[in-house]
Structure formats: structure tokens, C-alpha cells
Design a protein around this ligand. Structure first.
Ligand SMILES: Nc1ncnc2c1ncn2[C@@H]1O[C@H](COP(=O)(O)OP(=O)(O)OP(=O)(O)O)[C@@H](O)[C@H]1O
Ligand SMILES: Nc1nc(=O)c2ncn([C@H]3C[C@H](O)[C@@H](CO)O3)c2[nH]1
Length: 236
């Protein structure tokens, strides 16, 4: 288990973070991956271990999600717009933190492109993508992206474990399409995100929740790229 996965991180240098004014900024790490893979869990562990400010996506207060899972076609534009606006606002607020505080988030705004391409008809997606490009152009960009990948069976197991009511009857074909869209996106991620170091972990074999050895492996890999916040000692 502690063996490096073929896609586990290498030790190439981490691109230096720049804020929109082009000056140096603190580390901004975003955890990404398909539904239920463990993003919030890992982002929270990074917050605890490295002392970074924790930025979590809005789930509990999202009034459209339960409607969307009941009828995805009907609510697609609503949900993709809600998530886009919500994330833009969160990242705008993060801009003020980043000059002095390192940040970890349980999403990267790139996920809006992955989900909206899947959920919107092509003509609506084309307009959405134009809006996305305009609004995200000057937002703070993570300089480290952690990609968690896992099989469909693992995702289904973890979604069931978490037990959100509106995700109980999630169509496996939908979950698999999202999973494959993530795989395709991240196969090309270094070209798409030259501003960031991409670190990939295998969520099937690395149970960093229950297995201390897996936890230590993941944290040791992250430590190669993430400076600790000032005053934060090694806990392990
Ligand atoms: N590496 C792991 N090994 C085993 N269980 C895990 C792992 N990561 C997360 N879990 C468990 O899987 C469930 C889902 O995790 P989590 O909520 O962090 O996923 P998520 O990717 O943030 O989900 P979402 O896409 O819905 O935001 C939780 O019950 C969590 O304890
Ligand atoms: N349609 C759609 N677009 C998004 O940008 C998006 N981001 C997250 N989600 C879904 C996955 C989890 O069920 C739940 C919590 O992550 O919300 C999304 N759904």
C-alpha cells in the first residue's frame, strides 16, 4: 500500500504562485476529483496538518441540488449557474487572504467545466463556457492541484457511506460519465494548468481515513510541495 502508485506525485518543482497583480502569493492548493472521492476529507486533513485556511464548497445551503438529482435535465442550467456564481464569490473573497495566508480548498473552479459539459446541451454549454472564461480569468488560481481518482465501485461505496438523502438514487451511468470526464480532463491537466503542480493519488488503494500508513504516505508526498503555515509543527 505504501508503494508509489504509477500516477503518484513526482518531485518536480512547484510553480510559484502569483496573484492577479503578478506579485508573489502564498500557496493555494485545491483538491479535485469525482463525486464522493474524498476531496472534503483530504482538504480538511491538509488544513489540520499544514495549518492552511480551509475553503469548503457550499453544499448544505444549496437549494437546487436535491431538485437537480430528481430531474437533471430540468435543473441543469440552474445548478451549473448556482455553482459558478457561488465559486466566483468564494474565490473573490479568497483573493484578500492569499497574500498572507496559505489556503486549501475542496474544489477547483475547473470542475464547473467538467460538470456543465456533461449536463448542459451543447449550445447552452458553449455560452456557459464563454461566461466561465470571462469570469474566471482574473480569479486567484491554485498553484497546486491534488487530483484524487478512484473506480466507480469506490465512489458508489463512499457516497453510500456518507448517506446524503438526495444522492441515494444517483444514476451509476451519470457517476461513471463524471468519473471518466475527470480522467480525460486530468490526462491533459499539465497543459491546461501550466500555473499549477498536479499531484495525483489513487483513492482506491489509499485509505487515508482509516489507515495510518496511507495517511503518512499522502502527507509525506504533499510535504514535498506544500510549505507548512508559519508556526505549524510536524504532527506525525
Ligand atoms: N481515502 C479514503 N479512504 C476511505 N474512505 C474515504 C477516503 N476519503 C474519503 N472517505 C470517506 O468517503 C466519504 C466521502 O468523502 P468526502 O465527503 O470527503 O468526498 P467528496 O469528494 O468531498 O464528495 P463530494 O464530491 O460530494 O463533495 C466520507 O464518508 C469519507 O469519510
Ligand atoms: N451538476 C453539478 N455541477 C457542479 O459544478 C457540481 N459540483 C458539485 N456537484 C455535486 C456533486 C455532489 O453530489 C455534491 C457535492 O459536491 O454536489 C456538482 N453538480
Amino acid at each position: 500500500m505504501s508503494q508509489a502508485h504509477p500516477l503518484s506525485p513526482d518531485t518536480a518543482p512547484t510553480p510559484h504562485s502569483r496573484n492577479s497583480e503578478g506579485t508573489s502569493a502564498q500557496t493555494f492548493v485545491a483538491v479535485e476529483g469525482p463525486i464522493g472521492v474524498g476531496k472534503t476529507t483530504l482538504a480538511t486533513l491538509i488544513h489540520e496538518e499544514f495549518g492552511y485556511h480551509l475553503l469548503l464548497e457550499t453544499v448544505a445551503d444549496n437549494p437546487i441540488l436535491p431538485l437537480f438529482y430528481r430531474d437533471r435535465e430540468r435543473w441543469a442550467l440552474h445548478i451549473e449557474t448556482f455553482f459558478l456564481v457561488d465559486r466566483i464569490e468564494q474565490l473573490e473573497r479568497t483573493r484578500e487572504l492569499l497574500p498572507h495566508t496559505p489556503v486549501v480548498s475542496d474544489y477547483h473552479i475547473l470542475k464547473n467545466l467538467i460538470f456543465s459539459r456533461e449536463n448542459l446541451p451543447p449550445r447552452k454549454f458553449a455560452k456557459y463556457e464563454t461566461l466561465y472564461r470571462i469570469y474566471t480569468e482574473d480569479l486567484p488560481r491554485p498553484n497546486v492541484i491534488v487530483y484524487l481518482r478512484a473506480s466507480l465501485a469506490t465512489l458508489q461505496y463512499r457516497i453510500a457511506l456518507r448517506g446524503r438523502e438526495y444522492e441515494k438514487d444517483m444514476d451509476p451511468a451519470y457517476l461513471e460519465r463524471i468519473r471518466l470526464a475527470y480522467e480525460a480532463y486530468f490526462a491533459d491537466a499539465p497543459r491546461r494548468h501550466p500555473e499549477a503542480k498536479i499531484l495525483t493519488f489513487d483513492g482506491d488503494s489509499l485509505d487515508f481515513v482509516h489507515d495510518p500508513e496511507a495517511y503518512r504516505f499522502v502527507m509525506a508526498e504533499l510535504e514535498k510541495h506544500l510549505p507548512r503555515a508559519l508556526g505549524r509543527e510536524v504532527r506525525r
